[in-house]
Design a protein around this ligand. Structure first.
Ligand code: NI
Length: 423
């Protein structure tokens, strides 16, 4: 019988050792477990019947052992028993020790109580319970007790990375002989809360503790992203598909703005053929169009069919609009489009800029149907197309997102007419 007991004892020892070994790799038992009281509870003596003291809710205690539903705990100088169900695990706050002198850790929250040890300056300690009391309950490895809360501050954190050369052992305190509580894999990001005498306290979502500072590096500085993706330096190959979207008859206070927004979303450039009388009404919209990098074209002053006008009238239609554009954005129109696409030599003779018509008419002004606009573009778009739309109809603005998405999928780049024509 006795031999069997010895045998069991030996087996237990082996199992125990192997558990500890496993703990080295994964998570090991800390040297002291701190729990807090879930409710107000009595602490009982060894008989489990005689109450020694009463602890209020959320009081941190040191758990020495647990068995049969009872936890053997220490609270200040008292050692006793609490039903396990009245204790819950506690999440500590990590605090930095900062004081003129190394603060003393005492058994109780009384100034004159027994001293258990000192905390080194700049160490990170675990704080349990309230951080506002005069004396607060802290843990640093095996050293647990009360310390003057004025010696503790909230630490700043610095992003670091575990060196790529090796995994890093995490220890309970800043000492190479202290308990290992885990390993940080190479290249893991961590938050460093302090760095003292070769040891850094680091924190991840799963693990926290001390590591050798020389196992950490500062992360590479992230390149500041430019507001817009940089254009490739090399010119695009000639096979690139380009297309010019054009919007006539505006500017319109609502529709044009919506169109600008959608163009911006796709980083698309377009050309707006504006009418003089609308520019006069909404100069701020024209400015917004121009400032967004789009091309401005002249579309006459009040959208007359020019072929029915005298040369004098034609000149007035074109020049008054040009003057208005110049006074609004500081630059003349760089292209011209005659209303209804109706022109002759008398008209072109008067132009100092290219006369630009279109290759795809979406007929958006006629059907006012976003789906039909999308379909017209989808079916006819090819490299070099100039698409005619109008920024005075809500249906056109509503179609634009689909138009751009469709063309982008087909690999088109959206450019102004001048860019398309190579001017
Ligand atoms: Ni027009």
């Amino acid at each position: 019988m006795r031999k069997i007991l010895y045998f069991l004892l030996i087996v237990f020892c082996i199992v125990g050792v192997s558990l500890v070994n496993n703990g080295r790799v994964h998570a090991a038992a800390p040297s002291a477990t701190i729990k807090i009281t879930a409710i107000e509870t009595g602490v009982f003596d060894e008989t489990l019947k005689q109450k020694v003291i009463t602890l209020s809710k959320a009081t941190p205690v040191i758990v020495l052992s647990e068995a049969d539903g009872w936890a053997k705990i220490q609270y200040k100088t008292v050692i006793g028993y609490i039903p396990s169900e009245y204790l819950m695990s506690a999440t500590p706050q990590y605090m930095l020790v900062q004081a003129k002198e190394e603060p003393l850790v005492r058994v109780t929250n009384k100034q004159e109580s027994e001293i258990k040890g000192k905390l080194h300056l700049n160490t990170i300690v675990e704080l349990y319970g309230s951080a506002t009391a005069d004396f607060v309950f802290v843990k640093y490895g095996r050293l647990v007790g009360f310390v003057n809360q004025q010696a503790l501050v909230k630490p700043a954190s610095k992003a670091m990375i575990v060196k790529s050369s090796a995994d890093l052992v995490v220890r309970e305190i800043a000492s190479s002989s202290s308990t290992e509580i885990g390993v940080l894999r190479k290249n893991s990001p961590v938050k460093m809360l302090t760095n003292l005498k070769g040891w850094a306290f680091v924190k991840t979502d799963k693990l926290s503790g001390y590591v050798l500072t020389n196992g950490l590096v500062t992360p590479p500085v992230e390149k500041e992203k430019p507001e817009k993706p940089e254009k490739p330096v090399n010119p695009k190959p000639a096979t690139d598909k380009k297309i010019a979207l054009t919007f006539d008859d505006g500017p319109h206070p609502k529709v044009t703005r919506q169109i600008l927004k959608t163009l911006e979303k796709y980083e698309a450039k377009a050309t707006f053929f504006v009418v003089g009388q609308e520019v006069k009404e909404h100069p701020e919209i024209l400015k917004a169009v121009y400032n967004a990098g789009h091309e401005i074209g002249n579309h006459t002053f009040n959208h007359e069919r020019l072929t029915t006008l005298t040369p004098e009238e034609i000149k007035k239609q074109i020049q008054s609009t040009d003057t208005l554009i110049k006074s609004t954005i500081g630059q003349r129109a760089t292209v011209f489009r005659p209303p209804y696409g109706s022109y002759d030599e008398t008209i072109t003779d008067q132009l100092n800029v290219p006369n630009v018509l279109w290759t795809i008419d979406t007929l958006d002004w006629k059907h006012r149907d976003p789906e039909k606009t999308v379909l017209a573009v989808k079916e006819h778009a090819k490299n070099g197309s100039i698409i005619l739309m109008h920024d005075i109809h809500q249906a056109t603005a509503d179609a634009l997102d689909d138009v751009l998405a469709t063309l982008q999928k087909q690999g088109f780049e959206f450019v102004t007419v001048s860019e398309l024509l190579g001017k």
